[in-house]
Design a protein around this ligand. Sequence first.
Ligand SMILES: O=C(CO)[C@@H](O)[C@H](O)COP(=O)(O)O
Ligand SMILES: [Fe+2]
Length: 216
Amino acid sequence: MKRLVAPSILSADFNHLGKDIEMINQSEADYIHFDVMDGVFVPNISFGIPVIEQVNRIAEKPLDVHLMIVNPDHFIEPFVKAGASIVTVHYEACKHLHRTVQLIKSFGARASVCLNPHTPVAVLEDIIQDLDMVLLMSVNPGFGGQKFIENTYKKVRQLRELIDSVNPDCLIEVDGGVNFETGARLFEAGANVLVAGSFVFGAENPAEIISGLKQL
Ligand SMILES: O=C(CO)[C@@H](O)[C@H](O)COP(=O)(O)O
Ligand SMILES: [Fe+2]
């Protein structure tokens, strides 16, 4: 089973963002994770299209864009044009999720849907066949550095069962509070992609942490 790592640049040093992107380029990371927050869907504002566009000029890994924004439909095309390879929208933020997923695919990006910690996996039953990835939040979205919610392991196992029976190529990504301990248990439960922000960028040697996560 695929085991991938996506460092989240929310915890990077924005005064030297280019340096951190170079570090990711040289590392064993598989994707670069971008947390886009609108201050409405989540109680925080981060960065948007211009930052992703700039990073895309030097990034050598696919851009994994996590949209924590309401009504994302208008912004799908600009984010894909800015360089997003994977676009994740929140189940809780989309009125017509099937339409939004088709829209993402129509621009040539991989389509992913994210569930908040309180949203059951079962809501994906009639969309899973159309998805390239599902992102499970293991913290409430909006901030880096929060404590991992233990119930996530159960959700990963439930999702693994659903995916294996309907769409085995679909990836399971988990985001929030990932470290060596939670990461090992998540891979064991059936996750494919670990997002890690503060654990990577808070370390003295971030590239070593990325390699450590890949080897769990
Ligand atoms: O989507 C989010 C937060 O909303 C994440 O991608 C965070 O950036 C993860 O940060 P850590 O919990 O790994 O510090
Ligand atoms: Fe994220």
